[in-house]
Design a protein around this ligand. Structure first.
Ligand code: SAM
Length: 392
């Protein structure tokens, strides 16, 4: 791999294309090719494109950093990495192994939290990018990056008191659902994370609740209403007697399974609540139900209903129910018109209806100004539609 793109000249060239604008790219590249080799110009354009995408996804920290397409796709969001790093630091970690470090977003957060980091990466090119990123952020005195396979790594050889593993869970652009096929696999990652007093494994949010070992704490994290990850805390980093947690960022709210109440189903009433996905995946909907005096609309569907106006909260989206009816295109079209709805949000859970097709079939009147929400769902086996208004 040519490393010229990492040089000051390469960085200057990237800056000429950043932020990347397709309409300007051709003219800029012709100009740049007068002074630089075509290959370097092409690399600078690629970096500018990735960096522009990275800033949207990861925030301003990405403005200085170097990316591979795959590394960007797998990078932990800085706020989430910082949350994890603080947890390790608060639990007394001082020297952590980051196994499968990728471009280094978790390593960076660990270093920023004051930890020494031994970062392991099997792919030499990705490791090179991670090294540059640590240098750019002037964290290279805290982060040591090694090209090594996880199977050869022994945490005790590096005096690590903590291990974090973020296995690759994609192959050829596709999600790998089976944890035994992650790289490193669930069992290898678990053994590594259990080799030190505290550990953490980043896992898919859809993880089977039965997979993490007894005594661990699995934490689902959402950011700006996107469910971004789950991680399994082990050893002294786990929280005693708490198997599951949901953390909502940036609000910084954490719910724990220790407070979980059973929740019953009830008839749809004045308000409808859609809990955050981290709350749903962690199985902690009962806590939100308890806090809002709500019940489930159906035992298998994660929408809640209550007759008490719910306060604004990052834990859920709240709606005022205008009408709940058996699903029928004709009936919906009529009521949407009567209610003057012109701007429509469609949500669904447990429904086979295609929302975009429904939107077209509803033939909304453009002159109607009211905003409304249609929730497609079911009670038992019966498909229903709820017309609602989003509460501020
Ligand atoms: C999900 S990415 C890590 C992303 C990283 N946490 C970040 O935020 O930038 C997983 C990384 O593990 C690496 N990897 C996969 N198998 C590995 C193995 N057996 N040993 C070491 N690294 C491995 C991949 O090359 C990939 O870069």
């Amino acid at each position: 791999m040519s490393t010229e793109i990492f040089s000051p000249q390469g960085q200057e060239l990237i800056a000429q294309f950043f932020p990347y604008e397709a309409s300007m790219a051709m003219a800029r590249s012709q100009k740049a090719r007068r002074d630089h080799p075509a290959e370097l110009v092409a690399q600078a354009m690629t970096q500018a494109k990735l960096r522009t995408r990275a800033v949207q996804r990861l925030g301003p920290i990405a403005e200085k950093l170097m990316f591979t397409a795959e590394g960007l796709e797998q990078a932990t969001r800085p706020d989430v990495a910082a949350l994890r790093a603080r947890h390790f630091a608060d639990h007394g970690a001082t020297r952590i192994a980051d196994i499968g470090c990728g471009l280094g977003f978790d390593s960076i957060a660990f270093a920023q939290a004051g930890l020494q980091v031994i970062a392991i990466e099997a792919d030499p090119i990705t490791a090179e990018y991670a090294k540059i990123n640590a240098q750019v952020l002037e964290l290279d005195h805290l982060i040591t990056i090694m090209v090594m396979d996880a199977h050869e790594f022994v945490p005790a050889d590096f005096d690590c008191d903590a291990v974090f593993v973020d296995p690759a869970r994609r192959s050829a652009g596709k999600r790998i659902k089976d944890p035994s096929k992650w790289s490193p696999s669930w069992s290898t990652a678990l053994a590594l994370a259990q080799a030190t007093p505290m550990g953490c494994l980043k896992v898919a949010p859809g993880i089977d609740h039965e997979l993490p070992p007894a005594g661990s704490t699995t934490q689902w994290v959402s950011h700006s209403s996107d469910l971004v990850e789950a991680c399994v805390w082990l050893g002294t980093a786990a929280t005693a007697a708490i198997a599951r947690q949901a953390t909502i960022l940036p609000a910084g709210i954490t719910l724990s399974s220790a407070n979980l109440q059973p929740v019953a189903a009830r008839a749809i009433s004045t308000y409808l609540l859609e809990p955050d996905d981290a709350v749903i995946r962690s199985g902690l909907v009962g806590i939100v139900a308890d806090q809002t005096h709500a019940g489930l609309i159906d035992p298998a569907i994660a929408y809640l209903t209550t007759d008490q106006r719910p306060p604004a909260s990052a834990l859920y989206a709240a709606f005022e129910v205008l009408e709940a009816m058996p699903f029928s295109l004709k009936g919906l079209r009529q009521r949407v018109r009567e209610l003057g709805i012109g701007q429509l949000e469609i949500k669904k859970r447990g429904s086979a209806v295609d929302p975009e097709k429904l939107r077209t079939d509803l033939k909304l009147e453009k002159s109607n100004k009211a905003a409304g929400v249609i929730v497609l769902t079911r009670i038992g086996l019966d498909p229903i539609a709820i017309i609602a208004k989003r509460l501020a």
